[in-house]
Design a protein around this ligand. Structure first.
Ligand code: ADP
Ligand code: ZN
Length: 599
């Protein structure tokens, strides 16, 4: 094990293993199979990279993400580790060269796409060389129920049949027990040791706020907390993606768009720029993200509601992979609830799928409406029992929402739905409650019913929030065939009968109204430190460009931040900095010392 630690210190430049890494490395190095469930950013790669260096032969890493493979190999080459990729992005000649190198024992790690691995030619090739291990990354791709299903993955059990003595490690960031079971069955890992880490991402701060004017809210958020930071903004539709990107650009932001309707060329150009340049905001549909291994994404913003907590967690999980503070920020309103409900109802899917989708949406809504810690709520949903009642790093903890007894108002609203025969949407119902004599109200004689004007005392905004929560709580549903009409659901009976009180959230005033909830400290505070930070960033950007790699491949933000904080002046001091191993010290040490000494 001291050898493993030595590699961690010298080659990767990290002082210590994180969480279960040490145990996993030792188990795999000793020839054991394992299944590793660890959240995004938890440090899965080291779990097979270090055994790959400790065991004889080449480690074969199966990954479905072509763009990511190349980045991983480049990052390894940067620290002096011999790694290569084999996938469809290579020409026949290039692939042939990698194969020759393999036979000559020139590589310690080989990243390969599953379809390539499964060819007779490749399987034969690797019988001729010693193999250190097989790593199956993104192992949830074997799950037929998941949205990342890859048919080739279900054939990967062949590895164990053909190479029974080579240890295997399967890795995923998907937490649920069904998927876990499916991975074990389909990959034949029933004897494997299972390592489950906590799925908490303590560096991510969650905010879910009432939607008013989402674009301006977004801009205010970015200006307040993320000037010059990389971030992702998710929208539901292509049109909204384009409009939002254009709008941000017109306000001086460096924003790009990404959705499946754009040409492949433009899409990959934008993705490439997002990865390589600093401070780009990617406005995208959920088509963007899988395989984006950018460690320094500082925020993920949602302008529309994700369809489940799983999606929300996966998407927000793209922030802060480097462990540094990051924000997950979302605006959410009545229209989101109605839109998502309608999408489920109108989908062609089988009734069973619709029921699952409806359940998942309800869970997502309950996360939005919760009056207790968001993080605890999420962990609970994933079946993790937490001691933590309040994390201190989400909007609810930092700025506890006010709640109020809304029983009477909810009764009024429900009765208004009933008296209009469950045929109308929220807008019209609110007009009736507030006593607005609109054309529509007159046309249907709704000024004559008993609920007309009984909710004058509350603003339209408040009523919208009440309706939103009534839908989220399952008192009202949207009708199948009737555009936007709200209907009474069974759950509202006890409320109508006066047997249940209803406590609702009060509208949040603004995103950051509380003193406590000030921006978390992402930048150095003193002028001298900021100057040093900027110099280091400039140097890093230039060096990255010279090497043709993303900036974070040179050094992570975490490393730069530590350099600014500790300001090392000698090689020995530099060696102590996280992320500086032997190779990078040799390559960049002198430049860094020059900058740090201010010469
Ligand atoms: P995952 O694949 O689980 O999403 P990665 O393997 O990409 O995560 O690791 C996430 C980040 O954490 C990377 O920047 C990696 O360099 C860093 N990291 C991993 N293990 C350690 C460690 N023991 N000490 C410091 N940083 C680490
Ligand atoms: Zn919290």
């Amino acid at each position: 094990m001291s050898k493993a630690l030595n590699i961690l210190n010298e080659i990767f430049g990290y002082p210590a293993f994180r969480g279960q890494q040490a145990e996993i490395v030792s188990h795999l190095t000793n020839g054991g199979d394992c299944l590793v469930l660890m959240p995004t950013g938890g440090g899965k790669s080291l779990c097979y990279q270090i055994p790959a260096l400790l065991r004889e032969g080449v480690a074969i890493i199966v990954s479905p993400l072509i763009a990511l493979m190349q980045n991983q190999a480049t990052a390894l080459n940067e620290i002096g580790v011999r790694a290569a990729v084999l996938n469809s992005s290579l020409s026949t000649e290039e692939a042939g060269l990698v194969e020759q190198q393999l036979l000559a024992g020139d590589h310690d790690l080989l990243y390969v796409a599953p379809e390539r691995l499964l060819t007779g030619r490749f399987l034969h090739l690797i019988t001729r060389i010693p193999i250190a291990l097989f790593a199956i990354d993104e192992a949830h791709c074997v799950s037929q129920w998941g949205h990342d299903f890859r048919p080739e993955y279900s054939q990967l059990s062949i590895l164990h049949e053909r190479f029974p003595t080579v240890p295997r490690i399967a890795l995923t960031a998907t937490a649920d027990t069904d998927t876990r079971q499916e991975i074990i069955e389909r990959l034949g890992l029933d004897k494997a040791r299972v390592f489950i880490s906590s799925f908490d991402r303590p560096n991510i701060r969650y905010h879910i706020i009432d939607k008013a004017n989402s674009r301006s809210q977004l801009l205010a958020f970015i200006l307040a907390e993320h000037r010059n930071d990389s971030g992702i903004v998710y929208c539901l539709s292509r049109k909204k993606v384009e409009e939002t990107a254009a709008w941000l650009v017109s306000h001086g932001m460096r924003a790009l768009a990404y959705h499946a309707g754009m040409s492949t060329q433009v899409r990959s150009m934008n993705q490439e720029r997002f990865l390589r340049e600093e401070g780009i905001i990617m406005v995208a549909t959920i088509a963007f993200g899988m395989g984006i291994d950018k460690p320094d994404v500082r925020f993920v913003a949602h302008l529309d509601l994700p369809r489940s907590i799983e999606s929300y967690y996966q998407e927000t999980g793209r922030a802060g992979r480097d462990g540094q503070p990051a924000n997950a920020w979302m605006v959410y309103g009545l229209s989101d609830v109605i839109q998502q409900r309608r999408m489920i109802e109108e989908s062609e899917a089988h009734i069973k799928f619709k029921q699952v989708a409806a359940r998942k949406l309800e869970a997502m809504l309950s996360l939005c409406e919760t009056t207790t810690c968001r993080r605890a709520h999420i962990m609970n949903y994933f079946g993790e029992t937490t001691e933590m009642a309040a994390c201190g790093n989400c909007d609810v903890c930092l700025n506890p929402p006010q709640v109020w007894d809304a029983t009477l108002e909810v009764q009024k609203a429900l009765s208004c739905v009933y008296r209009t025969s469950q045929n109308f949407g929220a807008g019209h119902l609110i007009d009736i409650l507030r006593g607005n004599l609109t054309e529509r109200v007159k046309k249907w004689h709704h000024d004559k019913i008993s609920t007309f004007g009984i909710g004058k005392d509350l603003s339209e905004k408040t009523w919208r929030a009440i309706f939103r929560q009534m839908i989220a709580l399952g008192f009202l549903t949207t009708a199948n065939d009737n555009y936007g009409a709200l209907q009474l659901a069974d759950a509202c009976r006890p409320v109508l009968k006066g047997k249940q009180t209803v406590v609702l959230r009060q509208l949040t005033k603004s995103a950051h109204s509380s003193e406590k909830e000030k921006a978390h400290d992402m930048l150095p505070s003193s002028a001298a430190e900021r100057y040093l930070w900027e110099r280091l960033r400039t140097w890093r950007a230039r060096t990255a460009q010279e090497h043709g790699v993303p900036a974070y491949v040179i050094f992570h933000d975490a490393t730069l931040r530590e350099l600014v904080r500790l300001c090392p002046q000698t090689e020995d001091e530099l060696r102590q900095i996280t992320g500086i191993g032997t190779r990078k010290l040799d390559k960049y040490g002198n430049h860094l010392i020059e900058i740090l000494r201010g010469s």
